[in-house]
Structure formats: structure tokens, C-alpha cells
Design a protein around this ligand. Structure first.
Ligand SMILES: Nc1ncnc2c1ncn2[C@@H]1O[C@H](COP(=O)(O)OP(=O)(O)OP(=O)(O)O)[C@@H](O)[C@H]1O
Length: 226
């Protein structure tokens, strides 16, 4: 379980998270919705240990992230979580195969080629990022994250660079893989429709949680009408 207790985070004088309390169950799929600037990405960044909180606590399986040494925090990030960002952060001098293998090696995953294939990149294995379209680069970054077999997968607007049809396919694939591998999925999006795929929908406004909804009948990427 992931627990947040009274989490505060500011950048200089700007108070971004203003007392967040939240519990996320293992293997849940969670979508975080909210207007631009409401603190969604900041929330993901503190949840994933990328940034430290100013006040309050984040506990993951009972372990308080603020109590970890830098080495333990690095190990947590390497072994337990994967992050799919709006930007792709691919290494330009590595091929598609090598970029994804980097993620796979962290989990000793030897069947990562299947993930590349499933994401429709089977014919791009030996291409470099500069030889790919934006959407293809995004799919490589998704393959790299999934190849880590994370316990928690964070996604920050993962379909931003994709056309609708590809976005649907990718979300469908991620959700199916979640059912198969059983990770916890936490995704930030602006897209209201995508929220209907999630079992838990969290609304954030001005750095506070304004609503948590449990959705008993989540829909597939193909059913949501987006
Ligand atoms: N590293 C930073 N330094 C200073 N200010 C920051 C930093 N990161 C975020 N902020 C500010 O914190 C506020 C919340 O940003 P955040 O990116 O968390 O919002 P968001 O809800 O994800 O927005 P969007 O939907 O536009 O991505 C914004 O006012 C932003 O300018």
C-alpha cells in the first residue's frame, strides 16, 4: 500500500502540494485528474521518490521514503518503480533494442523483445531515436519502462504525443499487462475520458485532493469513446 500523510511541497514561495492525505492499494489503477498547474506532476514526483517532501510522510509498503538513505532511495527507484514521462528521455546513441534492454537489465528480464514487438516496434529494433517519429519514441520509452517489470508504474500524460488510435492501443496494452503482471498503475492525465479506465479516480485542485471516486465498472480503452 502507498500512504500519503499531510504531504506538503513548495518550490520557493510557490506552495504546490498543500496537505495531501491518500491511500492507494496494491495493484490498483489510479488516474489523477486536475487543471494545469494544480500539482499533478509534483504529486507523481514525490510519490516516486524523485523529489523530497517538505512536510508529511510517504510510506510505500510501510517504508517511509524520507527515512531512506540516498543509496536506498536509488535502489527503490531502480528496482520497484518505472516512470513514463511526457518527454521520452531516450539515450540518443543507443538503438531501440539497447534503450529497452537498459530497463530490462534492471529486472533481469530476458524476454523484453516481446514487449518491443507488442508495441509495434519490431521492425525498428536497430534504429536510433533520431530515426523515429515522436510517437515511436514515446512507445520506446513505454517499452523501456514496462521491461523493468515494476511494482509501481507512474505515467505522466503518456499518450500526449500519440495519435488517438495509437494512444488507445498503447493504453489497452498497458492495462492488459497490468492485469497480467499485477503492478500498481498511477497515471496523470488531462483527458477526462481516460479516467473512466481507472478503478480509482482522484481529482486534484490547487494542491489539494478534492475528490476520490471508486469506479466499479472501469471501461477499456476501446469502450471509453475517445
Ligand atoms: N521544479 C520546479 N520549480 C519551480 N516551480 C515548479 C517546479 N515544478 C513545478 N512548479 C510549479 O508548481 C506548480 C504545479 O506544477 P505541476 O507540474 O505539478 O502541475 P500539473 O498539475 O502537473 O500541471 P500540467 O497539467 O500543466 O502539467 C506550477 O505552478 C509550476 O509552475
Amino acid at each position: 500500500m502507498i500512504q500519503l500523510e499531510n504531504v506538503h511541497k513548495s518550490y520557493g514561495q510557490t506552495k504546490v502540494l498543500k496537505g495531501i492525505d491518500l491511500q492507494i492499494q496494491d495493484q490498483d489503477d489510479v488516474v489523477i485528474l486536475g487543471p494545469s498547474g494544480s500539482g499533478k506532476s509534483t504529486l507523481l514526483n514525490v510519490l516516486s521518490g524523485l523529489e523530497k517532501v517538505d512536510e508529511g510522510h510517504i510510506l510505500i509498503q510501510g517504508q517511509d521514503l524520507s527515512q531512506l538513505t540516498d543509496a536506498q532511495l536509488t535502489a527503490f527507484r531502480r528496482e520497484k518503480i518505472a516512470f513514463i514521462f511526457q518527454q521520452y528521455y531516450l539515450l540518443p546513441n543507443l538503438t531501440v533494442r539497447q534503450n529497452v534492454k537498459m530497463g530490462a537489465d534492471l529486472a533481469n528480464n530476458h524476454d523484453f523483445l516481446q514487449i518491443i514487438e507488442d508495441l509495434g516496434l519490431g521492425d525498428k529494433l536497430d534504429k536510433y531515436p533520431s530515426e523515429l517519429s515522436g510517437g515511436e519514441q514515446q512507445r520506446v520509452s513505454i517499452a523501456r519502462a514496462l521491461a523493468k517489470k515494476p511494482e509501481i508504474l507512474f505515467l505522466d500524460e503518456p499518450t500526449g504525443a500519440l495519435d488517438e488510435e495509437t494512444g488507445r492501443k498503447i493504453l489497452d496494452y498497458i492495462w492488459k499487462l497490468k492485469e497480467k503482471l499485477g503492478f500498481t498503475l498511477i497515471m496523470v492525465t488531462h483527458n477526462q475520458n481516460i479516467a473512466d479506465m481507472a478503478r480509482t479516480i482522484i481529482r486534484v485542485n490547487s494542491g489539494k485532493i478534492t475528490q476520490v471516486v471508486t469506479n466499479d465498472q472501469p471501461q477499456t480503452a476501446y469502450e471509453i469513446g475517445w
